[in-house]
Design a protein around this ligand. Structure first.
Ligand SMILES: Nc1ncnc2c1ncn2[C@@H]1O[C@H](COP(=O)(O)OP(=O)(O)O)[C@@H](O)[C@H]1O
Ligand SMILES: [Mg+2]
Length: 368
């Protein structure tokens, strides 16, 4: 009987161990800080990017996005903390030994090499036969539908074409981890939509792991499995696009991911009350607490509730976007399929209530 149990238990243990290996996260930042003198570019950043995951990083200019990628790539070393790939620290390793492909924000193509030589650079340093490298780059160029003439030097290409070469170079490098810093910023908006779809497809089909920095929230929402929102060197929230949209943990995340309006109010008798005494539903914060109420445009319903005036209307195609100044002075953004008159009444269907940050709403929403 003992024997009978002994074998399955040990088997179970090794299966568990194997399972853990399979589940081993691809890339981890553990309490990473990076200071440039007194500037805290990164402050105790913790982030795990799973094997095969496409993660987008968004946040205002100067919040540390590029620094985070540079720390992973080994271009700058962290002041504190560790960076691990498959559980092993890569801090101190030279960039070329880290298995990462990198698209820099300023592209950094080799100016004396043609587009083709630039694209093949990673392949050739790994001693892939020239013919093979050539075919691979040509195939990728076709797949992406790129137009850049690869016989030209970077100086003879437009910014968008240089960006194409940078994408080819990173993808062709054969690296398992792709670090993409604003990879589509110079590419024509319509083309960029195609290229980002292709980028995601390549990452998924080749089983790569991608960290894609962008200031374009729509790009992040459509390309990524998960999004990390950064502010002032910290990661505020990481989650699936819909999680960040429907469950933002702070007004900043709510404002940064999707459209949102904010009203200030007070928690009174378990209700959220805004200026003018309007009751916007339950509030579980302490009595008298100042609060911020964030509202998504589609949560605002026309027809009843607080009176207001339409200040601005924009036709978005199937929807019309309204900026409404409420009677109490607050301004909210709403959308409707129907044409609304000048004088409206609005109500809040689903709403999010946030604690009023001590430093104030303006401070809570400011980038730096
Ligand atoms: N080499 C550097 N020396 C000094 N300060 C730097 C350097 N690189 C970045 N910084 C500062 O670190 C902060 C984060 O920069 P960065 O990572 O480039 O932000 P982002 O990419 O989000 O715009 C900024 O305040 C920036 O001015
Ligand atoms: Mg940057």
């Amino acid at each position: 009987m003992r024997m009978y149990w002994y074998i399955p238990t040990s088997m179970l243990l090794s299966i568990l161990r194997f399972w853990r290996l399979l589940e081993m996260p691809r890339l981890e930042l553990c309490d990473v800080s990076k200071y440039y003198g007194r500037i805290k570019a990164l402050e105790k950043v913790n982030l795990t990017v799973e094997d095969g995951e496409y993660l987008a990083v968004i946040g205002p200019s100067g919040c540390g996005k590029s620094t985070m990628l540079k720390v992973i790539a080994g271009i700058v070393e962290p002041t504190r903390g560790d960076v691990r790939v498959d559980g092993r620290s890569i801090v101190g390793l030279p960039p070329e030994d880290r298995g990462v492909g990198f698209i820099f924000q300023n592209l950094a193509l080799f100016p004396h090499m043609t587009g083709l030589e630039n694209s093949m650079y990673g392949l050739l340093t790994r001693e892939t036969a020239t013919d093979e490298a050539l075919n691979m780059v040509r195939k990728l160029r076709m797949e992406f539908g790129f137009r850049a003439r690869l016989s030209r030097l970077p100086g003879e290409l437009s910014m968008g074409e240089q960006q194409e070469v940078a994408i080819l170079r990173a993808v062709a490098s054969g690296a398992k981890i792709m670090l993409l810093d604003e990879p589509l910023s110079s590419i024509d908006a319509k083309v960029a939509v195609e290229v980002r779809r292709k980028l995601r497809e390549v990452v998924k089909s080749k089983g790569l792991t991608a960290l894609h920095v962008t200031h374009n929230q729509e790009e992040a929402m459509s390309v990524a499995d998960r999004i990390a929102v950064m502010r002032k060197g910290r990661i505020l929230q990481v989650g699936k696009p819909e999680e960040l949209y429907y469950k933002p943990r702070s007004p900043f995340v709510m404002a940064f991911v999707g459209d949102a309006s904010f009203l200030t109010g007070t928690c009174r008798g378990g209700r959220a009350v805004v200026r003018g005494g309007y009751d916007l539903g339950p509030c579980d914060m302490p009595e008298g607490e100042l609060i911020v109420i964030g509202v998504r445009p589609e949560s605002i319903v026309f027809g009843r509730g607080i009176p207001g005036k339409v200040r601005l209307r924009s036709y978005l195609g199937s929807l019309i976007r309204y900026e409404v100044e409420l009677e109490n002075g607050d301004i909210v953004t709403a959308v409707s399929e129907e044409e609304q008159g000048e004088n409206v009444k609005v109500w809040f269907e689903k709403y999010k209530v946030f604690k009023y940050p001590r430093e104030g709403l303006t401070e809570a929403l400011s980038p730096g």
